[in-house]
Design a protein around this ligand. Structure first.
Ligand code: S5P
Length: 274
């Protein structure tokens, strides 16, 4: 059976990676597979958004490098709100450099990403080195957050004419398989279970799929973004749906978040036959 026919709870109990398990358990506890993409540019707005939408989401996605007044207070506030509302944090930084550079960008750098982000994503344009380098950071004996940090790979992108297709996508799947101790999933547009990859999947494999560009009303924007509805995204194999403008554009963001939460959860229950 396809993985996506199992409940989050069943998958959490069978899944060895502690971070993946927390994502699945949080979704189940909060009855939400919704991720808000909080592309906000001040600490006050960012924290206000996290506090207001916190009850409806499983994960809060940040672009921390666009926060103009980023600092210790930003990190402290995010961590407090994550605790208060029981959500996880996904920093959408898309690292892309060589290993030794990304190690510094991730851990100990100005943006303190390793301190607050449960997961962060990286592009594997440069090959295996980046995955290896970041894996080393989180598995070092003196790392402060053992078993609390992991990575995901953008294996496909939602923009028109994306170059992340075919062999690039397959390469991402291979790299994830080679680094299962630190890579727990993909940003993609569908389930990647059927992607033919060089290495064969192992029995225990269960990568989380994060589908972005989800919108209840729009089909596209003017800059090449292409959308699918929450229901279509879950049907396509998504475990978590990522929404930004669909929620902000609404007059009452809280109500809109609730509507996305409801649709995403209903589609999930249907998918697992409940
Ligand atoms: O392929 C992608 C990958 C990402 S992470 N396409 C995307 O749009 N994203 C991100 O999802 C993008 O950076 C933004 O934060 C969000 C989509 O925003 P929306 O307003 O179009 O829902």
């Amino acid at each position: 059976a396809s993985l996506s026919s199992f409940s989050y709870t069943e998958r959490a109990s069978r899944r060895p990676h502690p971070v993946a398990r927390r994502f699945l358990e949080t979704a189940e506890t909060k009855q939400s597979n919704l991720i808000i993409s909080a592309d906000l540019t001040t600490t006050v707005e960012l924290l206000k958004c996290a506090d207001k939408l916190g009850p409806y989401i499983a994960v809060f996605k940040t672009h921390i490098d666009i926060v103009v007044d980023f600092g210790v207070e930003t990190v402290r506030g995010l961590k407090e709100l994550a605790k208060k509302h029981n959500f996880l944090i996904f920093e959408d930084r898309k690292f892309v450099d060589i290993g030794s550079t990304v190690q510094k960008q991730y851990h100990g750098g100005a943006l303190r990403i390793s301190e607050f982000a449960d997961i962060v994503n990286m592009s594997v344009l440069g090959g295996d080195g980046i995955v290896e380098a970041l894996s080393q950071v989180v598995s070092a004996p003196n790392f402060s957050y053992p078993d609390e940090r992991a990575f995901i790979l953008p294996a496909e992108m939602t923009s028109r004419d994306s170059l992340a297709t075919n062999s690039y996508t397959a390469k991402c799947v291979d790299l994830a398989r080679d680094h299962k101790q630190s890579v727990i999933g993909f940003v993609a547009t569908r389930s990647l279970e059927s992607v033919p990859a060089a290495s064969s999947p192992s029995k225990n494999e269960d990568f989380l799929i994060f589908i972005t560009s989800v919108n209840q009303k729009s089909k596209a924007d003017k800059l090449g973004q292409q959308y699918q509805t929450p229901t279509d995204a879950i049907d396509a194999g998504s475990d978590f749906i990522i929404v930004r403008r669909g929620i902000y554009a609404a007059e009452v963001a809280g109500q809109s978040a609730r509507a996305y939460q409801k649709e995403g959860w209903a589609a999930y229950l249907k998918r697992i036959g409940k």
